[in-house]
Structure formats: structure tokens, C-alpha cells
Write a protein that binds this ligand. Structure first.
Ligand SMILES: CC(C)(COP(=O)(O)OP(=O)(O)OC[C@H]1O[C@@H](n2cnc3c(N)ncnc32)[C@H](O)[C@@H]1OP(=O)(O)O)[C@@H](O)C(=O)NCCC(=O)NCCS
Length: 217
């Protein structure tokens, strides 16, 4: 058993609402890990790129998404191009309206820049979530439906609301450390397929035993 074909846009022919978005045509400054899917019941999930907003190549900010993430409909990644210059009397962007105003175009250095947006591996993003520029979301995190994420999210942490606040940790610190060592998403696909039962349950003793055995192999 090796599971679905990761090279297919629609890995399950009968389910055209889930799309492996690493198979969309390449786009500058966007990296998406294998098996990460975007699901959309109302529109074509192939339109995923439409939800990466204000993403301009000349600014150079990247959207990097890890492997095995689940991204629900209503996602919005707001990128750095959305930010206006804020240290003047006005934030009004005169330059974009032409008619001579373009000579007041700010330099890239004068614009607020928060860096790349980085989503880890095995992250579940609920419906209608907005992620602000420069946010890093750790492996195994969950973003609750309707959240606006304005601060980095630690691994295996559930956040929710506007602004998104920590709801709870998914596991104890000890377990999270072990999971971050396990990095199951980097295994070859045969090993993942063989261990789906193990991965979809949480038994700390079995996890420690697995890791010990794995290190010896
Ligand atoms: C985040 C989520 C997984 C939490 O589930 P849970 O562990 O069962 O959490 P609970 O319902 O017990 O709620 C725990 C706390 O989180 C809060 N909470 C739950 N969902 C929230 C949300 N969307 N936004 C803000 N806070 C939320 C609850 O109010 C509760 O707060 P309290 O501790 O102050 O009482 C779930 O609420 C969610 O948003 N799932 C996403 C569903 C989705 O969008 N799926 C898309 C298709 S794949």
C-alpha cells in the first residue's frame, strides 16, 4: 500500500473538492509541500493561488507551506504587498493613482516588511482563516475556524479568534518534543502508509517504544 498518487491534482477522482496544491503550476515565491491539500466545496479548489493576496514578486516575500497540511475554504494569506507606508501623516497610497502622483512612490525599504509566511507540516487550518504577513505556524498546529492569525503559532498548539490566541496545547511539552523528533511527514510513503493507525492515534508509551525501535533500525 502506497496511498494516493501525490502527483495528481485530484488524488481521489471521486472527490473534486480536495486538491493536492503542490501540483498547481509553479509560482514565484510560493513553495508547497507534498500531500498538502486545499479543500473547497463551493469553488474550484484549483483556485488556491487566488487566496494568496497582495503577493508581488518585487517584494520577494515567500509563502512556504509544509507537507501534509489541510487547508479549508476561506483561507486568505495576506502578504507584505498589502502594507501601506505608515510613518507619514497619511497612509494613502497616492502613487498608485498616476497623473503625476506616481513620482511619490515609496522605495521598497520604506514599506513595512514582516518577512516570509511559513506554515509547518501537518498543520490544520480551519475554515475562513486569515494569516497576516510574516507569520510562522509550527508543525502540528491547528488554526480554529474564523481566526485571524497575527502572531506566530508554536508547534502542536491550537489557536483561535481575532486576533488568534492560544486555546490550548494539543499535547504535553514532553510529547510535543518527541513528535518534533519523530517528524513523521519526512518518512517515505510506504512507512507512512504502514503506520496510519499509529499516526491517527496517540498513545505516549507506544510512541516512545516506536521511536526507540526506529532509532535501532
Ligand atoms: C479549533 C477546534 C479544532 C477546537 O476544537 P475543540 O478542541 O473540540 O475545542 P472546544 O470546542 O472544546 O473549544 C475549546 C475552546 O476553544 C474555543 N474555540 C473553539 N473554536 C473556536 C474558534 N473557531 N474561534 C475561537 N475560539 C474557538 C471555545 O470557545 C473554547 O473556549 P473556552 O475554553 O474559553 O471555553 C474547532 O473549534 C475548530 O475550529 N475546528 C475547525 C473546523 C473547520 O473549520 N474545518 C474545516 C473543514 S476541514
Amino acid at each position: 500500500m502506497i496511498g494516493p498518487d501525490k502527483r495528481k491534482l485530484y488524488p481521489n477522482e471521486k472527490l473534486k473538492t480536495v486538491c493536492y496544491i503542490s501540483n498547481l503550476p509553479d509560482r514565484p515565491n510560493v513553495e508547497i509541500g507534498e500531500y498538502t491539500y486545499y479543500s473547497d466545496n463551493k469553488k474550484s479548489p484549483e483556485k488556491f493561488y487566488d487566496y494568496i493576496e497582495h503577493h508581488y514578486e518585487f517584494l520577494g516575500d515567500k509563502l512556504i507551506i509544509g507537507k501534509f497540511c489541510a487547508i479549508a475554504e476561506g483561507i486568505k494569506f495576506i502578504m507584505n504587498g498589502a502594507n501601506h507606508k505608515m510613518d507619514g501623516i497619511t497612509t494613502y497610497p497616492f502613487n498608485i493613482f498616476a497623473g503625476g502622483w506616481e513620482e511619490f512612490t515609496p522605495t521598497v525599504e520604506q514599506l513595512p516588511f514582516k518577512g516570509d509566511t511559513v506554515i509547518g507540516n501537518d498543520v490544520w487550518i480551519g475554515q475562513n482563516v486569515t494569516i497576516m504577513p510574516g507569520i510562522e505556524v509550527g508543525d502540528g498546529a491547528i488554526i480554529a475556524a474564523g481566526s485571524i492569525v497575527t502572531k506566530d503559532v508554536s508547534p502542536y498548539t491550537i489557536v483561535g479568534g481575532n486576533p488568534a490566541r492560544v486555546i490550548k496545547k494539543r499535547f504535553s511539552e514532553e510529547t510535543i518534543e518527541i513528535l518534533l523528533e519523530l517528524k513523521w511527514w519526512d518518512w517515505d510513503i510506504e512507512k507512512i502508509s504502514r503506520n496510519i493507525n499509529f499516526l491517527t492515534n496517540m498513545d505516549i508509551d507506544a510512541l516512545k517504544e516506536f521511536l526507540d525501535k526506529d532509532k535501532k533500525e
